[in-house]
Each structure stands twice: as structure tokens, then as C-alpha cells.
Ligand binder design. Sequence first.
Ligand code: NDP
Length: 287
Amino acid sequence: MEAKLIDGKEIARKTRMEIAEKVLKLKDEGITPGLAVILVGNNQASKLYVKNKEKACKELGLNSFMIEYPESLSEKELLDKISELNQDNKVHGILVQLPLPSHIEEKKIIEAITPSKDVDGFHPISIGRMMTGQDTFYPCTPYGIMVMLKEMDIEPAGKHVVVVGRSNIVGKPAGQLFLNENATVTYCHSRTKDLKQFTKQADIIVSAVGKANFITADHVSQGAVVIDVGMNRDENGKLCGDVSFDEVKEKAGFITPVPGGVGPMTITMLMYNTMKAASNASKMQHA
Ligand code: NDP
């Protein structure tokens, strides 16, 4: 039997409607959630991501403050801007689009964002809170995966989740969120020997590698849930994930497509985090 499709586009649409309603309520209280997005340099992919974030803000009724700098911007100038945004009460979320030019230290920049506005969830304080099960901003891509599974009534507790990829923005936090939901988690990466041996034991596979056709039917056990985070180009330049979709869908129980799977959820959760940051700020005001 063919796998059930996890329709990220549809789940994102529904989640966005819920966020928009909460934004309306905040507006009634006199607060319009605001997201500042900083782009440094001319990376075309980054420009597109930033544009999409601005569009999503507009659609959901959030204010977006787009700040663009040339490649030559100094680290000090960027730190000064972040410090100013940290103080600005119209700005509830601050996002610095990565990657940054090599003369700017990403770690320093991420750590300069005040944790209460860290809507990307990359600050070490946010990550520490996530690890210790405290309320915080979760990184948007892994958070989007959890929301998708919830919508599909796929319960992670007791399941064996194999996460392929261990980046700080996707793989590691994805595994942590599954652990928080009582799954048993295995991380695999480029130094893992015999990857298939692990993935074949998985109830849920999360692939965040960045290689087209990396996960084939041989990696997957009958009925497994396959979450494809990858965003790659195939030999014809077409957007594709890490998973060999046509063959894996014949074996998996559930599968996310690319495009239309995890991708639409990422920006949605960024909007959610920004709304939540504004809501937190409002509660502080009224406390
Ligand atoms: P990184 O390049 O930072 O991480 C890739 C991970 O894959 C690393 O941990 C690496 O291991 C691992 N890896 C590489 N080769 C192998 C291998 N042969 N076997 C097992 N593991 C391997 O990428 P990101 O996490 O940033 O992104 C992953 C993919 O997800 C990309 O395609 C990216 O475009 C996409 N993405 C999609 C998003 C969305 O919204 N849909 C959001 C963010 C990313 P090691 O650590 O040992 O090097």
C-alpha cells in the first residue's frame, strides 16, 4: 500500500489561520507582533528566504522590519544594530539570516540577540531551555515537524526515531524535541557506519542531510514514517528532498513530499514564535 502523504502545505495553511487569529487578538490589546529580519550581503537563496518571511508576516498581520546591509558591514555595526533592536518594543522577534559573510562570527551574533526575541531558537539559552524541557522558542524546522506529526495523529512516545544529520539548526534540535516527547532517539551522521542498519529499525526517520536520493527504499522498514527535511536540486535543477520519493512511498506508512512538506512549516513556525514573543511581551506589560 502506498504511504499517506503528510501535506505540509495544508497543515501550514491551517496553522497560519490559527496564528492570524491570535495576532488579531493581540492587535485588539494594542500589540502588533513585529519581526526584524537582517540580511547581510547578496546571497540569492537568502534573499528569497527573507522575501518569503516578509510575505508571510504581511499575510498574517505581523509587522516586518527588513534590514538589508552590504557584504562589507562590520561585525561591530551588526552587533550595534542588534543591540538597538533588543531595546525596540515594536520588535518582538529578531532574525539574522544565515549564512553571514566570513568576517562576521555567527556565534557572536546569535548570542547578541536577547533570548526573549530569539524567534529562530538558536541562542544557547533557548537551546538549553529546550534540552531541559522548559518553555522557550524551538528552532522552526524541527518544531514544524512536531506540529505536522501532531496534526497527523502520529504519536512519538515510545517510537524509535532515527535522525540522519546533526546540524545545530535541524538534526540536533529535531532529536531533542522527539526525546522531549518520549521517543527513543538515534542520531546518525557522516561518521555513522552502516546507516541502513539504523534507519531500518526506525519507526520514524528524519532525514536532514542535504543530498538528493540519499534515503532509498532499502533504508526504510515497511510502514515507517519518513520526514524529508532536505532541500536539494536534482540533475534537472528541480527542487527535491533527501528521499527517493517514488520508491520510498511504496514502502513507508507516511511520507512528506518536497516541495510541500517540511518547507512550508518552517516559516509558519517562525510566525508562531514571533506571535508568541509578542504575547509574552504583552503578559510582561500587564503583570
Ligand atoms: P548541514 O550541512 O549543516 O548538515 C548535514 C548533516 O548531514 C550533517 O550532520 C552531516 O554529518 C550529515 N551527513 C552528511 N553526509 C552524510 C552521510 N553520508 N551519512 C549520514 N549523514 C550525513 O545541513 P542542515 O542541517 O542545515 O540542512 C540539511 C538539509 O535540510 C539541507 O538540504 C537543507 O537545505 C535542508 N533544510 C531545509 C529546511 C526546510 O525548511 N525544509 C530548513 C533547513 C535546512 P556530519 O555532522 O558528520 O558532517
